[in-house]
Design a protein. Structure first.
Ligand code: PHE
Length: 504
């Protein structure tokens, strides 16, 4: 058995955790979620979700990763015999996400290249869908690969291999760049966005509070979902990262720093995006709502490119700044997901880290090929929706039960407090045992009820045929859950040795 690696310093660990948390979710999910769920008023459910569930779960994951010095499956098996499957479930969710996150990174690689000539011309949406993706008419038509996407995909996986080839040693070197760089790029884009004429209308659209939205359960479900996705909790990633900490390490304060840095980046992204949208609306004589679209992929690959084209000067430079930001923001989230899976697999079977890394990357690459086909975007959209609405929320719910009730959150506090700067009081038990699980269970039930209503009324998600939803959504969920139970019951070959204390 290889000796467990350790981070070089506390700072590098925090960088890696922030790198995982701050990803595409901050750049293109948060701003739109705020804008469409009550603007400034959305910050209320968002912060409540952060305090009642996001940060407590982050502390939980840092805590058990550190205590048990293992990836999620092994860590949960030590929490309580029989709970290993929960760890596999979280890793399964990660694995599903990583296969399509890879393809999004592939597009970003492509767009770095296209930026040099502003290749999208004056029809960015058409360029993205027809020239780059060569999008087919529906999920039933895969229709071969899109070559540019395939090339980008190979680059993306190679970059990940290069980053994690030596585990936390090489990761530490990369996050020194990939964490500060996107913040600098984002700063440039915020200044550019806010100094454009019309920016103020965009910011109004982003933050103008609509308090009536707070009565809508959907807004609350979105806030909780966003907090989990954004903090990378419930994926096994933070457990794996914390398992590489030395014995004496702060837990709680690291969690607060990670969480607040991550939120700050999200909030900042809103100013860059909507400042620019305000300008674009003014240029086109349209409303911000009309030009801004719905965020996500559309924002990154056709709305923002369109705005860049309309800039008074320096379009190529700002295009490069934007895609370098997306690349550096996303790549450390991408490799953290891979690292979470690698840690889980190698801890369970005692395979060498290097071999496991290559194996996971190869399997991940092969599966991600589905999304590099011409029908790929349809599948990406379906799978993304279902893993987010059910997978993450389900894992988080069971984590709170496993630690709050089975292991006992009091015991976790007693472990964490002596090594941490900020001490957890009895309030932590209330959050982990009651508030977080009740909120999560509420959201899960709400999502399921909505789903049933939508499907029975013939409004399946995104207008996709029900069979595609059944395969990309429900089947994936069943395979993940059944697979996790089977893996959780299978024999492990690791030696239950005490974690070593010395730094290599
Ligand atoms: N938190 C990342 C984002 O906001 C996504 C992610 C989720 C990364 C889970 C790792 C694990 O984009």
């Amino acid at each position: 058995m290889e000796k467990r690696q350790q981070w070089d310093s506390r700072m590098i660990f925090i960088f890696a955790a922030i790198g995982s948390a701050a990803g595409l979710g901050n750049a293109w999910r948060f701003p739109y979620m705020a804008a469409s769920n009550g603007g400034g008023a959305f910050l209320i459910p968002y912060f409540i979700a952060l305090i009642t569930a996001g940060i407590p779960l982050l502390i939980l994951e840092f805590g058990i990763g550190h205590k048990f010095q293992a990836g999620a499956p092994t860590a949960f098996s030590k929490v309580k015999k029989g709970w290993e499957g929960l760890g596999w479930w979280s890793i399964g969710v990660s694995f599903v996400i990583v296969t399509y996150y890879a393809v999004i990174m592939a597009w970003v690689f492509d767009y770095l290249w296209y930026s040099l000539s502003l290749a999208w011309g004056d029809a960015p949406a058409d360029f993205f869908l027809n020239n780059v993706l060569k999008l087919s008419e529906g999920p039933g038509h895969l229709g071969g690969f899109s070559i540019p996407v395939l090339i980008g995909l190979i680059l993306a996986w190679l970059a990940v291999y290069w980053t994690i080839r030596d585990g936390v040693k090489s990761v530490g070197k990369v996050v020194k760049w990939t964490v500060p760089l996107p913040i600098i790029m984002l700063g440039i884009l915020v200044i550019r966005g806010l100094t454009l004429p019309g920016a103020i209308d965009g910011i109004n659209y982003y933050l103008n509070p609509d308090f009536s939205k707070l009565l809508d359960p959907k807004v609350w479900a979105s806030a909780y979902g966003q907090v989990f996705f954004s903090l990378s909790v419930a994926f096994g990633v933070m457990i794996a990262y914390a398992s590489y900490l030395p014995k004496k390490s702060d837990i709680t304060n690291n969690a607060f720093i990670t969480a607040f840095a991550n939120c700050g980046i999200s909030f900042m992204a809103g100013f860059a995006v909507f400042g620019t949208m305000g300008y674009m609306a003014a240029e086109k004589g349209a409303s911000v709502a009309e030009v801004a679209g719905t965020g996500g992929i559309g924002l990154a690959f056709w709305v923002y490119p369109e705005a860049i084209r309309l800039l008074p000067f320096g379009s190529v430079v700002f295009a490069l700044v934007f895609y370098i930001m997306l690349l550096t923001l996303g790549i450390d989230s991408f490799f953290s997901l891979v690292e979470g899976v690698v840690a889980g697999v190698s801890d369970k079977w005692g395979f060498g880290k290097k071999k496991t890394t290559i194996g996971v990357i190869l399997v991940g690459f092969v599966i991600s090929l589905i999304y590099a086909t011409k029908g790929g975007l349809h599948w990406l959209d379906i799978v993304d929706r279902y893993v987010n609405n059910y997978g993450i929320i389900g894992v988080a719910l069971f984590e709170t039960i496993a630690i709050g009730w089975i292991y006992k959150s009091r015991k976790l506090r007693e472990y964490v407090n002596p090594i941490s700067e900020v001490h957890l009081g009895g309030w932590y038990d209330v959050l982990i045992k009651f508030i977080a699980p009740l909120a999560l269970a509420g959201i899960l039930v709400w999502n399921i009820v909505q789903e049933i209503i939508d499907v029975t009324q013939g409004n399946a998600y995104g207008g996709y045929p029900v069979w595609a939803i059944a395969v990309g959504g429900w089947l994936v969920a069943i395979v993940l859950i059944v697979g996790s139970i089977i893996l959780g019951k299978s024999k492990s070959s690791y030696v239950m040795e005490e974690a070593s204390e010395e730094v290599e």
